[in-house]
Write a protein of this length. Structure first.
Length: 163
């Protein structure tokens, strides 16, 4: 990223590359983390988005509709539908129709799904701890706070930024 900034400064010396230095680094970190593919999840045959759905069902402690899952995981409805189909076929999630409205489906983890999440979460957290081991505790806390602040601002302005 530093080389990219230097190159831009060489061809456009008056250009403020500060935002690029932050967003570019965030994007680069995200790309590297995706390339690593969350090794413990991969070993369990799960993608990060699938694990996010399972985790949402586990941490909320109650049934959710597909729409609620989409909101919980910041996913599109179509993506949630596709992932739920795969997770249901694997016996990790089960569907229950609503007794009052046949169009509504309620989702919950099966025992196998709950066992998988409970078993892999400590391993995944240990993996993520290792990924962040180059930063000490206070640095991790500061980074988490700054990213949380940025995320809150972006979520609050999402409609304005898309326009």
């Amino acid at each position: 990223m530093a080389a990219v900034v230097r190159q831009w400064q060489a061809v456009r010396p008056g250009l403020d590359t500060g935002p690029m230095e932050i967003i570019g680094r965030i994007n680069r970190c995200a790309a590297l983390l995706q390339q690593a593919e969350d090794a413990p999840l991969r070993r369990a045959g799960l993608s990060r988005p699938e694990f996010d759905l399972l985790g949402a069902l586990r941490r909320t402690g109650h049934e959710l509709t597909p729409g609620e899952l989409a909101r919980e995981t910041f996913s599109s409805g179509a993506a949630v539908t596709k992932r739920l189909k795969q997770l249901t076929e694997r016996g990790l999630v089960e569907r229950r129709g609503d007794t009052r409205d046949r169009r509504v489906v309620h989702l919950r983890l099966t025992d196998a799904g709950r066992d998988l999440v409970d078993g892999i979460l400590p391993v995944q957290l240990a993996y993520e701890t290792a990924v962040l081991s180059g930063l000490d505790g206070p640095e991790q806390g500061e980074l988490a706070a700054l990213l949380g602040e940025l995320l809150g601002q972006l979520e609050g302005r999402l409609g304005v930024l898309r326009a």
